[in-house]
Ligand binder design. Structure first.
Ligand SMILES: C[S@@+](CC[C@H](N)C(=O)[O-])C[C@H]1O[C@@H](n2cnc3c(N)ncnc32)[C@H](O)[C@@H]1O
Length: 236
């Protein structure tokens, strides 16, 4: 798909992501869109949720929904309940994502199978996309809701937070103390957050916005990508 706003590109691991023509930035890493989503966000949350028996994931930045579709299918394959609530101010990229994921069923299933998660057939993908379509139309389910801003997401109690508002260079406001304070209003009393962004200014803003927060940089174990992700842990 190509429009004045976005262009689909194929990344180094073979998976697609959107390119923002306005920002000159890809929505996921050009080194591997599915791989980045997996190592920075979905894999650690799935592991933690297996221990806890379920998860409420909150996200800043749905974009085309790479994290959302992979997390939804991975949790379904693992038989773990997932609720996903996201703050996204421009749902146009998700509309494009819904069309794309409809065509990418075999690639999504093959990627999850490579992670040891077996899904029989494409029915779970169709079910996820139907949920996505409803959420986009303003009719959220228990499993998935899209909010245009932090205020409308009030009441969300996320155990896990995906901080994914584009890179610091193109969207420094996404990492500001003010944004992080607003995000933390959607968090459960304790939980963990994830980001592929590891820069010092983000770490400092987290420390200022949420006193007592623990921040660590963790190796992703993937040599083909950025080698680290950031994790933070709060307890209030
Ligand atoms: C890098 S993309 C997200 C990628 C997505 N999580 C995925 O896995 O495909 C960043 C998204 O964050 C959104 N965004 C950035 N800052 C925001 C803000 N302050 N409020 C709401 N959405 C924001 C942008 O519109 C964009 O769609």
């Amino acid at each position: 798909m190509s429009s004045s706003a976005y262009t689909w590109i194929r990344t180094r691991d073979g998976s697609p992501t959107l390119w923002s023509n306005e920002l000159g930035e890809s929505f996921r890493s050009t080194k591997g869109a599915f791989t980045e989503s997996w190592v920075a966000f979905v894999e650690p949350v799935l592991k933690a949720a297996r221990e806890g028996g379920g998860a409420v994931v909150g996200e800043l930045g749905l974009g085309p929904g790479t994290n959302w579709i992979l997390a939804t299918l991975a949790f379904r394959a693992a038989g773990i309940p997932l609720r996903y609530a996201v703050v996204e101010r421009d749902p146009g990229s998700f509309r494009a994502g819904l069309e794309r994921w409809r065509e990418e069923g075999p690639a999504l299933l093959a990627f999850l199978a490579s992670k040891g998660l077996a899904i029989e057939g494409e029915a779970p993908i169709r079910a996820a996309l139907a949920e996505g379509t409803r959420a986009l139309a303003g009719d959220p389910s228990d499993a998935f809701a899209i909010f245009p801003d932090f205020a409308s997401a009030a009441g969300t109690r996320a155990d896990f937070w995906f901080h994914d508002p584009f890179g610091f260079e193109v969207n420094p406001d996404g990492y500001s103390v003010q944004t992080l304070r607003e995000a933390s209003g959607l968090w459960a009393p304790r939980g963990r957050g994830f980001s592929y962004a590891c820069n010092r200014r983000f770490q400092d803003a987290l420390a200022e916005a949420i006193p007592g927060i623990l921040v660590r940089v963790v190796a992703t174990g993937d040599a083909g990508l950025k080698r680290e992700r950031m994790e933070f842990e709060w307890h209030r």
